[in-house]
Each structure stands twice: as structure tokens, then as C-alpha cells.
Design a binder for this molecule. Structure first.
Ligand code: AMP
Length: 217
């Protein structure tokens, strides 16, 4: 896992680091427990995307020995709050550069990002323009049941009733405006995330085909 540079905030650029004609970025959003990770794993298997989860990158940085951001990230995650965007954007940029250099993969699913408008604007200004946002739409009662179930085995500090409540609040107040922003630009693909994982994935595949995104041979 690449470490983040000590330089913060992420450098200002006059144009994005990666050209969106060359590098594909699909943002994946949905409430906590909507099934983003499950569906991303399917897409990696069948389409060959590189999956980058903002939450996973933050958890890895939190646990990295010597990280100057570890304690801060821990507190934000436990409270279901949005970690400051400089850290998240820089982690994503580093992970993308790493995948391009070492795996030659230029197609990214960026999961759990952008969760706040400032991240969306900063990322598209400094790193890469997105192709579209895949949004998993799911009612809170369904997500809550899934998260409490996952909490029995996940070992995650935020899969408990108190943290879940805070995460829902953050999602509605801070992340939904990002979905609305991209919806206005006609750049959101909405999938109903209530059915079984298999049925949700069928819908995802259908919508990717409509967007001209093909499965790998
Ligand atoms: P997740 O693994 O996607 O459920 O995210 C778990 C937690 O990590 C969130 O509740 C936030 O505290 C933090 N987090 C995840 N993604 C982001 C992001 N894009 N920006 C800031 N914080 C994030």
C-alpha cells in the first residue's frame, strides 16, 4: 500500500494529473451498507477494473506505522465523519499512480468517494475527471440490518448502532448533495440496491452495457 506524501495539502495544479481520455474513473456511491464493496468485487472480476476504496485506503493509512494522520483518521472513522479531503485525495492519487505504474491498469472504480462536495471538486480539478457516478440506492432500514449483521464478524469500529446512526446522518447531509450535483450534470447511473446481490449485479451490468462499457474478453 503506497504511503501518502508528507506534503499537504495536495499540490495545486492548473489541470488534472491524469487525462480522462486515457484514464477512466467511475465513482461509486451509496449509503453505508448499500453493497458498494460487493458489487465492486464483481466488476473487478468481470471488467478488470482497479478497485480503490476510500475507506480501505484510510483504514490502511490509520494502521500504518509512523503515519502522522493515524490518530486523526481513527477519530473521524469512529464518529462516521468525513476525513479531511487533502488526506483522502492524496491517498487516492498515490494509489492510482501506483496501479498505473505497476499494473498498467488505467480503469478505476473509486468506491466511497467523493463523499463531500469539496472532495469532488478537488479531485476533478487536480487528479482526473470522472466518467460517471454509479449510485446504489437503498433504504436505511435495509442498510442498517446489513451493517449490524456485518458487525458480528467485520471487526470494524464503525459497524455498531451508534456509529451507524452517525454514518447515515453524514451520508444524507454531506454525500447526497454530491449525487445531486452529478445528477444535474447527467452523470449518475442509479441502481436499486434493495434486491439480492445477484439481481443488483444484473442491473449494474445492463447499465454498464448502455454506457458502452464492456466486460473483459
Ligand atoms: P466505508 O469503508 O466506505 O464505509 O467508510 C468508512 C469511514 O471511512 C467513513 O465513515 C468515513 O469516516 C471514512 N471515509 C470513507 N470514505 C471517505 C471519504 N471519501 N472521505 C472522507 N472520509 C471517508
Amino acid at each position: 500500500m503506497p504511503a501518502i506524501t508528507q506534503e499537504l495539502p495536495a499540490p495545486n495544479r492548473t489541470k488534472p494529473l491524469f487525462d480522462s481520455n486515457d484514464v477512466t474513473v467511475i465513482f461509486v456511491l451509496g449509503g453505508p451498507g448499500a453493497g458498494k464493496g460487493t458489487q465492486c468485487a464483481n466488476l473487478v472480476r468481470d471488467y478488470g477494473f482497479k478497485h480503490l476504496s476510500a475507506g480501505d485506503l484510510l483504514r490502511a493509512e490509520q494502521d500504518r506505522e509512523g503515519s502522522q494522520f493515524g490518530d486523526m483518521i481513527k477519530e473521524y472513522i469512529r464518529d462516521g465523519k468525513i476525513v479531511p479531503m487533502e488526506v483522502t485525495v492524496q491517498l487516492l492519487e498515490n494509489a492510482m499512480q501506483d496501479a498505473i505504474d505497476n499494473e498498467g491498469n488505467k480503469r478505476f472504480l473509486i468506491d466511497g468517494f467523493p463523499r463531500k462536495m469539496d472532495q469532488a471538486l478537488k479531485f476533478e480539478e487536480a487528479v482526473c475527471l470522472s466518467k460517471f457516478t454509479l449510485f446504489f440506492d437503498c433504504p436505511e432500514d435495509v442498510m442498517q440490518e446489513r451493517l449490524l449483521n456485518r458487525g458480528k464478524t467485520s471487526g470494524r469500529s464503525d459497524d455498531n448502532a451508534e456509529s451507524i446512526k452517525k454514518r447515515f446522518k453524514t451520508f444524507v447531509e454531506t454525500s447526497m448533495p454530491v449525487v445531486k450535483h452529478y445528477e444535474k450534470e447527467g452523470k449518475v447511473v442509479i441502481v436499486d440496491a434493495t434486491p439480492t446481490p445477484e439481481n443488483v449485479y444484473e442491473d449494474v451490468k445492463k447499465k454498464f452495457a448502455e454506457k458502452g462499457i464492456e466486460e473483459k474478453a
